[in-house]
Design a binder for this molecule. Sequence first.
Ligand code: ADP
Length: 642
Amino acid sequence: MATSVAREIHFGPGAPPTGRIPLGLAAGLLALAIFVVDTLTPLEGAVAVLYVVVVLLAAKISRRDLMLASAASVVLTAAAYLMSHGWHHVGSPTIRAAVSLAATGIVTFLSLQNQQASEKLLAQAQLLDLSHDMIFVRDPAGPITFWSRGAEECYGWTGSEAIGRRADDLLRTRYPSDRTGIEAELLCRGWWVGVVRQRTKSGFEIVVESRWAIQRDERGRPSGVLETHRDVTEREASHAALTQSERRYRRMFDASRAGLQQQDWSQVRSELRKLERSGVQDLASHLAHGTEFLERAKALVRIVDVNPAMLAITGAGSVPTFLGSLKDILSETDQTFAESVLAFARGDRFFEGETEVRTVDGRRVPVLFGLTFPGEEEGSDGEVLVFVVDVTERDKAQNALLAAQADLARAARVATLGELTASIAHEVNQPLAAIVTSGEAALRWLRRDVPDLGEVSSALTRTIDEGKRASAIVTRIRTFLAKGQLSRDRLNPAEVIEDAVLLVEHELAKNGVTVHMQIDADLPEVLADRVQFQQVLVNLMVNGAQAMASIPGSRRLTLRAKREAADQVAFAVRDSGHGIADDRLARLFEPFFTTKNEGMGMGLAICRSTVEAHGGRLTVQSRPGEGATFAFTLPVAEGVSP
Ligand code: ADP
């Protein structure tokens, strides 16, 4: 054979050709037998015609063997004739010999033609072998007649195993629709295309894209079906995974209780590039200096999809009515778009903020939003996902809470009014008494025979000072009762303590209490509301004085102030009274807990909330018989060196 094929290619349902050696041997023996019979037997028949069988056998081997057998048959025919009849005998044996030679020649010619046709066919079949697709040819009835190398490699059966088997049985093919319908379509159109499932020799199921073409004989009857298959198992698997993930995303998108939008920012990207090309280096300052770009960019952000929750937030009836530009829904009060654009330009993956969107009926809805930018991938600017949460209810609740807190604080201040009345009376009475005393003293010095003007002057100075104190007390009370914000001032602790002691001087003196101050030098300033800070000290001192009212002996009130931590100053008011029993200690800060006949039980409760409002803590330590210590902290004013 002229071709060199690594694989034997088989056509037809028959067995593969017999090997070269047995065929050659058979042809040789047959030729010898014919020759012997032709030469040695007296048979008068055209025995030499049988050489055509030898030629046909050799034709099965190769072109060279065919030519060799043909030549040998001619030589043997001629030799037998000459040996039997000699040179000069012309008659019927000569005609028989000539017929035999003609038969050998014709068979040789036909066999050569047949061989050429087969070789051509083989060459074409080898072309099919070059393809990685699985190609086979089957009878219209089903049995396979050709099986390509691609089919061998993918399915696992060799040609000799597959040829002659019914394709559907061998591959256990599962069709997407009725098999008879597919066959009918093939016969009608001449081709069929579809995706089928088949099993390889090892039982593994593969998904293949199948193309069938029908072959017809000269009379138009189907003579074979060429099936080409491509293994698309992986492609199908990834396609299925993609479809599943898309479905999952869609479910999440639609079912999410947060509003979701898919936005397309690709035109904003081109605008940013244009801006860059025009020489804009600092985008942030460019955006800060004009709104023209931002307005254009806002109109260029396209909303391409929204979920039902987003429709509900804005009151839009359907998805198509919602889709458009971001400009259509973003409130004109929005302050976050510029920052979103900056985040997008920086390549950030996420940006969140708080803004307002417009509803279809013109209302503004406060929302929290999160933008997720997919990143630098080509085309991903069209897939910006936005999460939107309506915070109307939260804002309403927060505003209500703030109002309630303010009212409560005011109510608490008013509630202390009654309790404060007594001490206000004392506080204002005390300077008034001092004014009267100083006024009387001044008069006395004036009425002397020789008025002592120096004494008069100092008595009048005291009068003025006391008047100012009374006025300050009134101011403090007014501030305390006003519905105002807590003021935070940088206060010198020593000064505030001294002022507070002045306020309760009268009460302390009345109860025979001596005050001892242990105030560290160089205390840092604290951050507090002056009036409230004083109020706490006054309350604790008055309580201490009252607790010692019934004890015999010395009554000491000790005021301490020291730096506790880097950011705090600690204050303590200690008395030498009876102390507090354990069961009372626990209830001390409860509103309306009092052991006094005319007490209100609000003082300590208010002190504690005042201290806590300043970021500190008010605590008490006491053992019966050893007095009580009330301690609290206030924050150091920032920027003060230790
Ligand atoms: P009020 O003085 O109107 O009773 P407070 O809240 O200031 O209200 O005090 C609550 C109670 O705590 C007082 O009635 C008293 O029994 C107790 N208390 C407060 N300070 C002291 C103290 N220094 N020593 C002993 N008991 C005290």
